[in-house]
Design a protein around this ligand. Structure first.
Ligand code: GLC
Length: 433
């Protein structure tokens, strides 16, 4: 197994979905959804000319948002390749753009000090040897299916493995690989495809041989280095057969992975920050997607969201990077992350005056608002105390109460940094009110 140390330390990466579908600008599954023939889809190939492609600006946007790795689609389900593959004509070098896109992307990430990731689709709607199934754009076209009835998955396997070899030998060190996806047993997709179809054991062996340090996901249908919940937040640390696993949630800005012009269903920066925090509090990463447009630009809406996340990360990186879950139980609407003796309380809603933290009485030697390093004082309440008039009720034994400012700090998710005492409880208690 490769070392996942950098991955679980860094916590936050950028996903980039970019390809011919970016021109259609209505979801990366457009060919499937609209059942487009190769000829109909070809119009995007013939007009692919991203004159504003500047991977340095992508890498800088990722870095400014606090991300440390970027994962780009080398080929999506439509089969279009962003590099000069020897194994197909359906590639960027044959479009009006005429140049490789992957090399400059890899260089830009490296120059900005970011780790490099590739997404590669196992599914391929363009390759003639890929047997038609329920995901395929031509699934209702009897004539097409008849003409492809001898499609041989073994031949497609050679193509898949051959392209992965190209990707992992031509661009230097690749840190991360996201295969997408297996769907064996899915009735609506005609029984689907899985490890036998891709020869997943052989594929993973090839990947490990060519790039021994790489991290690979689990979507070949056999275990990899991490698992990939998509478009939902797990309700706790993730496990497989009762064993904790490394995981990374992949999330969109607006529900679509590819550029989707008329889709305004944007998550707020605050929600996205909460998702990042929530994931780290459950020992997970966040891979947040952008879908650059047909000219190769990250659009202004996405830029704004990233910039806002970046402003928060700039001030609160300490509560994310190198952090994981805590054994303490966070209060309602709060999330804890922890790194050694630093416990970070993220408040998703701002309470009035006080917050009560179970189990922390006598365990905190200092507390401050991370935003401006202003002290947050501890309040002593007697557990037996009855609430009346101006006297608040006592809290259960062992609870630490903090006194908060009335005004929520001007940041989407305020964080209180708690310096845990390594001494025995009680000795360090310092009631200040
Ligand atoms: C899905 C979709 C796809 C997207 C991916 C990202 O499997 O098929 O369009 O690329 O998830 O995780």
């Amino acid at each position: 197994m490769s070392s996942t140390a950098w991955f679980t330390h860094d916590r936050f990466g950028m996903f980039v979905h970019w390809g011919l579908y970016s021109l259609a600008a209505r979801h990366e599954w457009v060919q499937n959804r609209e059942k487009l023939t190769d000829e109909q889809y070809r119009v995007y190939f013939d007009h692919f000319e991203p004159d504003k492609y500047d991977p340095r600006s992508w890498a800088r946007a990722a870095k400014a948002a606090g991300m440390t790795y970027v994962v780009l689609t080398t080929k999506h389900h439509d089969g279009f390749c962003l590099w000069d593959s020897d194994l197909t004509d359906f590639k960027v070098t044959n479009t009006p753009y005429g140049k490789d896109l992957l090399g400059p992307f890899v260089d830009a990430c490296r120059e900005e000090g970011l780790k490099v990731g590739f997404y590669h689709s196992l599914i391929d709607w363009h390759h003639p040897a890929f047997p038609v199934d329920g995901t395929h754009p031509r699934r209702d076209d009897a004539e097409y299916i008849a003409a492809h009835q001898y499609a041989d998955i073994a031949e497609y396997q050679l193509y898949l493995h051959g392209q992965v070899r190209e990707l992992l030998t031509r661009f230097g060190t690749i840190d991360y690989l996201f295969f997408d996806f297996s769907y064996k047993g899915r009735k609506e997709w005609w029984g689907g495809k899985g490890p036998d179809d891709w020869d997943s054991p052989g594929l993973l062996a090839l990947v490990r041989e060519l790039q021994p340090g790489i991290l690979v996901n689990d979507r070949t249908g056999i275990p990899g280095d991490f698992i990939t919940p998509e478009q939902y937040q797990p309700s706790g640390p993730m496990t497989r057969d009762g064993v904790p696993v490394v995981w990374e949630a992949c999330q969109t800005l607006n529900g679509s992975w590819g550029y989707d012009r008329d889709n305004l269903d944007y998550k707020s920066p605050e929600l996205l920050i909460r998702m990042l925090v929530d994931g780290v509090s459950k020992d997970g990463n966040l891979l947040l997607n952008v879908g650059p447009n047909g000219r190769g630009e990250i659009d202004p809406r996405a830029h704004e969201v990233l910039a806002e996340i970046g402003r928060w990360m700039d001030r609160h990186e300490r509560s994310i990077r190198g952090c994981g879950p805590s054994e303490f139980t966070a209060p309602a609407d709060g999330r804890y992350t922890q790194r050694g003796d630093r416990l970070y309380l993220h408040l998703f809603s701002w309470p009035m005056n006080h917050v009560h933290l179970p189990g922390l009485a006598g365990r905190v030697r200092y507390a401050q608002l991370l935003d401006d390093a202003s002290e947050i004082r501890q309040v002593h309440t007697d557990p037996g105390q009855t609430a009346q008039n101006t006297q608040m009720g006592g809290q259960p034994e062992g609870t630490l109460t903090l006194k908060l400012p009335i005004r929520k700090p001007d940041t989407p998710v305020p964080v209180i940094e708690l310096f845990l005492s390594t001494e025995s409880p009680a000795a360090e208690t310092r009631p200040t009110d």
